[in-house]
Write a protein that binds this ligand. Structure first.
Ligand code: C5P
Length: 230
């Protein structure tokens, strides 16, 4: 990285979900991928970025799996997760000193394939303009809205998939999430809270193989991608 390398960056990883759609006994972040848990892969991706100085991991209160991972003996800071992703992220943010860490990356535990180069690109682009942003990829398919039948075709022009990491000034993100939760607004990513609070969010194009493990078939796909991605 260039002149921005000196900024110490905090990272939050929400990992307190149960991953219902995976239909597995074990939460998806603890499923094995090439001999390691998905969580371990995801953490390693963040650790590979030199500017990331500390990681806060939000775990379910009764998580019996973490202790068996190699991460149990690392210097990762564990915090309690919440009812939904936004609560887990906010819980972690409460522990981060924004003077020490003015910027924070938030990355899903269920995205083990993100390239370090994409994370560094996101950081550089955002710091260069002092504005938060997200990794995203352009929508490829024709988009339809509807339930059983198509009610309309939505133009895919200007449509993006929101990925993670998402990168924001720590204090602004904490305030936006707190205010959104207080107002009863349901947000499924950090950018939504920032948009709701009136902030601009930069779209930084990343690789579309940065998939979120969601359904059983995603595991085989992730195993395949892992062999291709360095
Ligand atoms: O379920 P979904 O794939 O949307 O979850 C995205 C991320 O948020 C996962 O890493 C999951 O572990 C995390 N999460 C959380 N706390 C919750 C629900 C989800 O940390 N209550």
């Amino acid at each position: 990285m260039t002149e921005h390398t000196s900024v110490a960056i905090a990272a939050v990883m929400p990992a307190a979900g149960i991953g219902k759609r995976m239909r597995s006994d074990v939460p998806k972040q603890y499923l094995q991928l090439h001999g390691k848990t998905i969580l371990e892969h995801s953490v390693a991706r963040l650790q590979a970025v030199p500017a990331v100085s500390q990681i806060w991991l939000a775990l379910a209160a009764d998580d019996p799996y973490f202790a068996d991972t190699a991460l149990a003996h690392s210097n990762i800071i564990r915090v309690k997760g919440g009812a939904e992703r936004m609560h887990s992220v906010l819980n972690a943010l409460q522990f981060i000193d924004e003077h020490q860490y003015p910027w924070v990356l938030v990355h899903d535990a269920a995205r083990p394939l993100v390239r370090s180069s994409d994370i560094e690109h996101l950081i550089q682009r955002c710091l260069a303009v002092e504005q938060g942003g997200i990794l995203a990829c352009r929508v490829r398919d024709t988009m339809k809205r509807g339930e059983l039948q198509v009610s309309e075709t939505v133009s895919r022009e200007h449509l993006w998939h929101a990925l993670t990491p998402q990168f924001f000034p720590t204090a602004l993100l904490r305030a936006a999430l707190k205010d959104a939760i207080t107002a009863g607004v349901h947000v499924t990513d950090e950018a939504s809270a920032m948009e709701w609070a009136g902030h601009n969010v930069l779209l930084v194009e990343g690789h579309s193989d940065n998939i979120k493990i969601t359904q059983p078939a995603d595991l085989a796909l992730a195993a395949f991608y892992l062999e291709q991605i360095v």
